[in-house]
Design a protein around this ligand. Sequence first.
Ligand SMILES: Nc1ncnc2c1ncn2[C@@H]1O[C@H](COP(=O)(O)OP(=O)(O)OP(=O)(O)O)[C@@H](O)[C@H]1O
Length: 344
Amino acid sequence: MASQLLFVPHLALIPKASPFHPSLFSTINPSFFHSTSAKRALKSSSDSRIINLKAVADTFSEIESNSANETTALTLREICQGFVPEHILHRIEEIGFVLPTEIQKEALPTLFTGRDCILHAQTGSGKTLTYLLHIFSLINPQRSSVQAVIVVPTRELGMQVTKVARMLAAKSDFDVKGCTVMALLDGGTLRRHKSWLKAEPPAILVATVASLCHMLEKHIFRLDSVRVLVLDEVDFLFYSSKQVGSVRKLLTSFSSCDKRQTVFASASIPQHKHFVHDCIQQKWTKRDVVHVHVSAIMPMPLCLLHRFVMCQKTNKHQMLLALLESDAPESAIIFVGEQSENEH
Ligand SMILES: Nc1ncnc2c1ncn2[C@@H]1O[C@H](COP(=O)(O)OP(=O)(O)OP(=O)(O)O)[C@@H](O)[C@H]1O
């Protein structure tokens, strides 16, 4: 397929639009805006940080059976109430996240029970917010230790995730200690991060594999305090021969930690049954790991025109520029990725 212009969904560049631009929401899932809000809320107290697994399971099965006859849908607040701190819930509502996406609705109740999870849903389906909300349900900002680690394959994705995490954790009117988010990404100067990690560990660490492994090898920080490890774009992490060895080592080290939870997120997991089996065999996840697979059921919107452009492999960049110039879109999302690790 050397002559095809190939856009690979590893890195989304979104010029002229913030990640929360309403026009993006409407292209992602217009049904969010047409559902009615739910009538029932969870009864758990909003500041309770202690999770009683049985209570969680009972609450959700009760809600499920009650809502079976209702046409209403639970809001994000109702799903997260009692797990995610109030100031974060307030924040997501301020941003405009009221109704959950399919993956949020399916995965959050499972994540709150503490089970390992594989979040498998298309790009733009809301996986990032899913695992971030769960992270906020677990961390204690009073504790001075790294409690959540999010591993990303690229610096760009790391910057996007950090931005969303910081936006959620931003200082609020609520009288609560904010939680810190550190981006430990390839290409940055690690010296400052080393002292920061030692002196004042952030609650959430967003890291690329190489930088994270460097810090672990130098004993700058340890995985012991980490409650949840998220591997985002896990297909890419495993696909990259540069990263896969370190990723496997990281997962194996984490598997020996107490009270750990491992979450994988990806738009595509080739041979997912095999992947789940492997995770259990290697003890990267517990045996009851849940594969939450949300497949796209919406047909492609009629307003979208799908075009393929054939070109020489060496001509891809010029072709892309020419297309951008001729179409002159007001905003665009360009998916790019290295086809081979020798190609730059
Ligand atoms: N509940 C929600 N309501 C409205 N918009 C949402 C909701 N959850 C996420 N979004 C928005 O949808 C967009 C895509 O979300 P997100 O980046 O979390 O998707 P993703 O599945 O992680 O994508 P990728 O596979 O590219 O990492 C973002 O702009 C985000 O702000």
